[in-house]
Design a protein around this ligand. Sequence first.
Ligand code: GRF
Length: 193
Amino acid sequence: MKSTLRIAVLGSGTGSNFAAILDAIRSGTLHAEVTLALTDEPASTFLTLAQSHHLPTAVIDCGPHPLRTTEASQQAIHDHLLAARPDVIVLAGFMRILKDPSLTAFADRIVNVHPSLLPHFKGRHAVRDALASGQTTTGCTVHLVIPEIDAGRILAQAPVPILPTDTESTLHTRIKQTEHTLLPQVLSTWPTP
Ligand code: GRF
């Protein structure tokens, strides 16, 4: 029998992708357990969700600057990850840039979900940029995390139409719905040791 996949999830926001992972575990389509839910946002729904499921949590103070994360907080994140012994680490709306020592220690075991069809529309404003581009299709990507942002090997992608009536919010909501299927699918095929 396949052993249980150990997943560490990092998030900062609403946690809808985290919820999709938990739903997939509950329904049995994903044979996994969440061994850590780590956040930099103590007021996030992500954290509330983890707490309501009685999961191991960690809140890391990454400092006031949204883009600069101190070496000490990278080390604190790493210490929690090591203790959680994950087979795979999921960045599910984690707004900080994960760096070493975790990137090297967990190379090829960190995935990110991004709201565009990479390599198109990298960065924080992927949905806004897709909408502004005038294209009629965007989508979402699950990819490996490497030091270069949104550039690691693509594991899965799914398209999402851009409707003439879309706002950034409506488009992002529909992209997330697609992410909620794609991300658990990728995790369900992840090899266990
Ligand atoms: C998702 O759109 C994901 O692609 C991006 O951040 C968003 C997280 O949403 N990286 P949620 O917190 O999972 O609802």
